[in-house]
Each structure stands twice: as structure tokens, then as C-alpha cells.
Design a protein around this ligand. Structure first.
Ligand code: UDP
Length: 328
């Protein structure tokens, strides 16, 4: 049976991808330090508690699991935190990935899926953005991930690493089966926060700027259902295991939604009013970010079939009802 070692498999996107790997017939083993991950989100395979900064722990996991492929999600992901404390981001995201790649090399593991991000592009120069768009991140988070992308290209050339680097735009939504969903502490993302605004009187939802040059003045983002991200990872794994050429892939729905459109969808789905306070722009927020995923569609055969904003919000709402009140 094909074995996949999933770092960060106790996190939001990692746990959904574990489900997709298991459904594709792979044996899943999670490697996670549970710093911002959750033991109860590990449902498709056992958990090895460990930290990617700890080379000895990685070596032990490689020796024990003997994975055919490593899928790497373990990372810090808050842009503002990366600006305030870049060292932590370079240590976890860049050095941690280096450690992992070195442990793989030492144990002869040559297939790798990397959880990358639209933040590696920086300010958008064209919309939609395909893989040829220039990459010049505007925060340490984006740089910490782009440096890994650089390593992947160099390791592929020098050591025969076979990789797929998947750059997510705005991951959102929750597993349709209701088994897992988005759980961040603190929560900073639009869909869960706007849901709080609709469901609770004591949470004030704020739109970060309504004077952008977009159709309604609020930011346009490309929301992609986390279940669609799961299927992209399963397809990328199959592609690498069958000897296909890897590379970099942008993952989005190809459709942009404004903050107001997401807020409208939340009102429709919940049947509740969502009071909208208009606040200042958030630093570093571009007006519009939309992916072209033509490459993932043609090379991997990927189709984002769940990424309509209504389906995203419905699944996030179902998960929110299951989770109960969240800290904001
Ligand atoms: N946003 C907002 N209010 C919030 C949270 C987010 O207006 O409480 C906006 C944010 O400015 C951006 C979009 O929603 O335009 C998506 O933000 P999120 O933090 O979910 O993802 P990001 O685009 O930063 O990766």
C-alpha cells in the first residue's frame, strides 16, 4: 500500500487532504507538533507527535514510516505575525522545510507535495494569475514559502526530487461529511468571522475597506473549497507516483467574490442578518486576487467542483453549528 507522510495533518487544510489521500487508497501517517493543530482532526491514520525543526524526530519518522511520498502542510500562516516576528516564520516554514527535505534525501524519499500559497506572488500585476506571474512577496510569510519553492526547483535538478508545489488562493469551507472543518486560534479568515457576525450579537464583523477599485468597493478573492484542495492533492500524489512531471500549480476556483458578496451569501445561508461595519483597509491587502488554474486542470485533471460561494458557506456553517461558539 502506498504510504503518505503528512506533516501538519492535524491542521485545517492538512486534515482535509488526509481524508482525500485515504479516500484515494493511500495509507496516511500524520506528523504534527499540535502547536496549532488538533488531535481530534487526525482521523485518517495515526499521529506521530513531532516538530519539523527537529531533524532527529524527522529521521525517526522516515525510518519508521518509509513513506512513498511526503505531503508538507506544517507551517505558520499568519501574515501579520510574520511581519512582527519573521524569525519564527523562517525557522518553521523555511528551515523546517529544509530539514524535512534533508531527512527525505537521507532516507531516499523522492516525492513531495508542498503546501504553497498565493502569497508567494505578492502584489498582483494581472488577473487572473497563472504560474508565469512574477513572484515578489510583500511579507515574510510569503518569502518563507517562496524560499522553499526555490529549494524545490534546485533539489529537483540536483538530487532528482519530484515535487508538486500547490499554491492555494483563499482556502475556505469544510468537509461535506461534517467530520472536520476550519479551526484557527485566533481566527482571522473572512468566512468564519462573517459567520460569527451573523450568529452572535457580541461579535462585530468589520469589512476591511470599501473603497477598492472593484465592482462593489470591497476586495475580490478567489475562494476555493478545502475539499477541492483535497482532491488536488490526491491527484498530484497520483501524478507523482505514476512518474508524471511535477512543478508549480496555482489552485483557485477562477472566480472572484467580493467581501460583500460573501456577506450576502452568509445572510442567505444562515437566514440571519449580518451587520456590516466598514473599517479601514488592512495593510497589504490587494484589491483583487484571482487564480488561473488552467495548468492544474490540464496536467492533473483537477476540477474545482465545490467552490461556489454558496457551497463553501453552507459547509462552513454546518461545521460552525457542530463546533459551537468559537473564540474570536
Ligand atoms: N476580511 C474582512 N473582514 C474580516 C476578515 C477578512 O473584510 O474580518 C477581508 C480581507 O480584507 C480580504 C478578504 O476578506 O479582502 C479575505 O481575507 P482572509 O483573511 O480570509 O484571507 P487572505 O486574503 O488574507 O488570505
Amino acid at each position: 500500500m502506498t504510504r503518505v507522510l503528512v506533516t501538519g495533518g492535524a491542521g485545517y487544510i492538512g486534515s482535509h487532504c488526509c481524508k482525500a489521500f485515504a479516500e484515494a487508497g493511500y495509507e496516511v501517517v500524520v506528523f504534527d507538533n499540535l502547536y496549532r493543530g488538533w488531535r481530534d482532526l487526525v482521523r485518517w491514520g495515526r499521529l506521530i507527535e513531532g516538530d519539523i525543526r527537529d531533524r532527529a524526530a524527522l529521521d525517526a519518522a522516515m525510518a519508521e514510516v518509509k513513506p512513498d511520498l511526503v505531503a508538507h502542510f506544517a507551517a505558520l500562516t499568519y501574515v501579520a505575525e510574520s511581519v512582527a516576528d519573521p524569525a519564527r516564520y523562517y525557522e518553521n516554514n523555511t528551515f523546517g522545510a529544509f530539514n524535512l527535505l534533508e531527512a527525505m534525501r537521507a532516507h531516499g524519499v523522492s516525492r513531495f507535495i508542498f503546501s504553497s500559497t498565493a502569497a508567494t506572488f505578492g502584489a498582483p500585476q494581472t488577473t487572473p494569475m497563472d504560474e508565469t506571474h512574477p513572484q515578489w512577496p510583500i511579507n515574510p510569510y510569503g518569502w518563507s514559502k517562496l524560499m522553499v519553492e526555490r529549494m524545490l526547483a534546485d533539489y529537483a535538478k540536483a538530487y532528482g526530487l519530484r515535487f508538486a508545489s500547490l499554491r492555494y488562493f483563499n482556502a475556505a469551507g469544510a468537509d461535506a461529511g461534517g467530520e472536520i472543518g476550519e479551526r484557527h486560534e485566533p481566527e482571522t479568515h473572512l468566512v468564519p468571522l462573517a459567520l460569527e457576525g451573523a450568529l452572535r450579537d457580541d461579535y462585530r464583523f468589520t469589512i476591511f475597506g470599501d473603497d477598492f477599485a472593484t465592482r462593489d468597493g470591497t476586495c475580490v478573492r478567489d475562494y476555493v473549497h478545502v475539499t477541492d484542495l483535497g482532491s488536488a492533492h490526491a491527484l498530484a500524489a497520483r501524478h507523482l507516483l505514476e512518474g508524471g512531471e511535477g512543478g508549480f500549480f496555482n489552485l483557485g476556483s477562477g472566480e472572484g467574490a467580493t467581501v460583500k458578496e460573501v456577506a450576502d451569501a452568509i445572510e442567505t445561508v444562515t437566514g440571519r442578518r449580518l451587520p456590516r461595519h466598514i473599517g479601514p483597509r488592512r495593510e497589504g491587502d490587494p484589491a483583487a486576487l484571482v487564480a488561473s488554474s488552467a495548468k492544474a486542470q490540464s496536467v492533473l485533471g483537477w476540477r474545482p467542483t465545490h467552490s461556489g460561494i454558496a457551497e463553501i458557506v453552507e459547509s462552513a456553517y454546518a461545521w460552525r453549528l457542530k463546533e459551537g461558539t468559537r473564540e474570536t
